[in-house]
Write a protein that binds this ligand. Structure first.
Ligand code: G1P
Ligand code: ZN
Length: 544
């Protein structure tokens, strides 16, 4: 088999974001497009000769074609071995787990997370380093540099590998191992959670749960772990078959997109527990019977109860949350006498804290929670954590959360997204806000007095790197907050995210609807930033 050196021209748009390179499938299908990017990844790495690379994806359209190209290029570039999930499947957290467990040099994950899939949908590719986490900016920056200078890529002239069966193949001098994508991940979960207790809960007659895999990657994982291993009744996992177009849906586990599950959880005969995960399996949504757990509360509850779970019995080294995530976890950290780190939005900021042993649990308000077991957020891990708590505490989801509020207080929380804004007016809003910000401290808005306001910046405690401009934060004297930032992941126009939070200590005031409890602050958020004036929008596009 010979190595072909294919001449090519750079594509100017291959700048990876925090979640890799995400584009329409049709862009990726252009001749040389994917290959250029893969060669740029390899060109920015050093010392991988003879080493192991992990490859897999969320099963979306173009996943398998992309994997065949990557395998032949990895062989031509000198990798010693590639571990590839059967059928090209690997959830993002499972990829992180496999990279760590097998001491791989790194991994390539093919996914555009919750973005719609299919021939007209999105595709994505992301490189993870040896700790199992997303490549840091030094690496993604180098990939981008190489992509602008590329003149040729190397690919082995070979036939496709059969990905449908577990087997070991040789491809030139490289070994390709097609392995079961669930086994390592399931073993890791079993090492962390009390499978016996969870199993008896799932098999008991008065308990019923539903897991919505949304026709995305977690279907096989949830079936294998919840149904086959733990004995939940067949059919517990709905939409379990990963489909190339996710069944035409939008696999983002929130109250808007997981509406079938949500309707069931709010029906008369609702199961006791409901959960969903996203396209690549890293996000999660947790529901009880007629009860929605906000991701911020979920992180706080997991932290407060961590020692009930075998994998965290030793206690937590620290907690980390993204800045816009509610301060509920901070109250738990204070009670436990540990630090709660506040990082900019994006999972990559947690990596250093986890590697350095400064945090054990971390989470974001955007339906992401995880721990130091891998270096990605982990949807099914969160579900198993909740199941472990339900099994030990023998209470409903709602009672566990209400008990939590009674003890720590409730952080009412909501995020309002204004999607598809034109870039100019979104920028104008933010820059006006940066100017107004200075005059806000001590100003009174109804019952609220501004304590401080700033443009959030973060110095990484491990490597000292500084990240600026991470969102405008307005804190009030009673612990309430309003945060404004522009999305870094949107693909059309600009998305303004407004995060609103109010602290309530008294249990008799903790049972309101969040939008009602936050109504005054929502008005104040508009008054301060002039959202309607700048955007012309009367209301947000999405409320979570
Ligand atoms: C969004 C979420 C953020 C998450 C990211 C990737 O980013 O808000 O918490 O880490 O997706 O899943 P944003 O669009 O707000 O920049
Ligand atoms: Zn995702």
């Amino acid at each position: 088999m010979s190595v072909l050196h294919i001449l090519t021209e750079p594509f100017p748009d291959q700048k990876p974001g925090t979640s890799g390179l995400r584009k329409k499938v049709t862009i990726f299908q252009q001749p040389h497009y994917l290959a250029n990017f893969v060669q740029s990844i390899f060109d920015s790495l050093q010392g991988f000769e003879g080493q192991t690379l992990v490859v897999g994806g969320d099963g979306r359209y173009y996943n398998r074609e992309a994997i065949q190209i990557i395998l032949k290029m990895a062989a031509a570039n000198g990798f010693g071995r590639v571990l590839v999930g059967r059928d090209g499947i690997l959830s993002t957290p499972a990829a992180s787990c496999v990279i760590r467990k097998h001491g791989a040099f790194g991994g390539i994950i093919l996914s555009a997370s919750h973005n719609p899939a299919g021939p007209k949908g999105d595709f994505g590719i992301k490189y993870n380093i040896g700790n199992g986490g997303p490549a840091p900016e030094t690496v993604t920056g180098a990939i981008h540099e190489h992509s602008l200078r590329i003149r040729e890529y190397r690919v082995l002239d070979a036939a496709d590998i059969d990905l449908t069966r577990e087997a070991i193949h040789s491809l030139g001098g490289m070994q390709v191992e097609v392995f079961d994508p669930v086994t390592d991940y399931a073993a890791l979960m079993e090492s962390l959670f009390d499978f016996e207790a969870i199993g008896s809960l799932l098999r008991s007659r008065d308990f019923r749960m539903r897991f919505d895999a949304m026709h995305a990657v977690n279907g096989p994982y949830a079936r294998a772990i919840l149904e086959q291993r733990l004995g939940a009744p067949a059919g517990t996992v709905m939409n379990a078959q990963p489909l190339e177009d996710f069944g035409g849906g939008h696999p983002d586990p929130n109250l808007t997109y997981a509406d079938t599950l949500v309707r069931e959880m709010y029906s008369e005969d609702a199961p006791r527990f409901g959960a969903a995960s996203d396209g690549d399996g890293d996000r999660n949504m947790i529901l009880g019977d007629h009860f929605f757990v906000t991701p911020s509360d979920s992180l706080a509850v997991l932290a407060a109860n961590a020692t009930l779970v075998p994998g965290y019995r030793q206690g937590l080294k620290g907690i980390a949350r993204s800045m816009p995530t509610s301060q509920a976890a901070d109250r738990v950290a204070a009670a436990l006498g540990i630090t709660c780190h506040e990082t900019p939005t994006g999972w990559k900021f947690f990596g250093n804290l986890l590697d350095a042993g400064l945090a054990t649990l971390c989470g974001e308000e955007s339906f992401g929670t995880g721990s130091d077991h891998v270096r990605e957020k982990d949807g099914l891990w969160t579900v198993l954590f909740w199941l472990n708590l339900l099994a030990v505490r023998q209470q409903s989801v709602a009672d566990i959360v209400r008990d939590h509020w009674a003890r720590y207080g409730r952080n009412y929380y909501s995020r309002h997204d204004y999607e598809g804004l034109d870039l100019t007016s979104a920028d104008a809003l933010m820059s006006a806000l940066r100017t107004t910000m200075a005059s806000l401290p001590d100003k009174v808005f109804g019952d609220y007095r501004v304590k401080y306001s700033d443009d959030f910046q973060y110095t990484d405690p491990v490597d000292g790197s500084l990240s600026t401009g991470q969102g405008i934060r307005i804190a009030f004297t009673d612990g309430s907050r309003i945060v404004y930032r522009l999305s870094g992941t949107g693909t059309e126009g600009a998305t303004l995210r407004v995060y609103i939070e109010r602290y309530e200590a008294l249990p008799e005031h903790q049972q309101q609807d969040a939008q009602d409890a936050l109504a005054d602050l929502i008005r104040i958020a508009d008054e301060i930033a002039g959202i309607r004036r700048h955007t012309g929008r009367e209301r947000p596009t999405v409320i979570t």
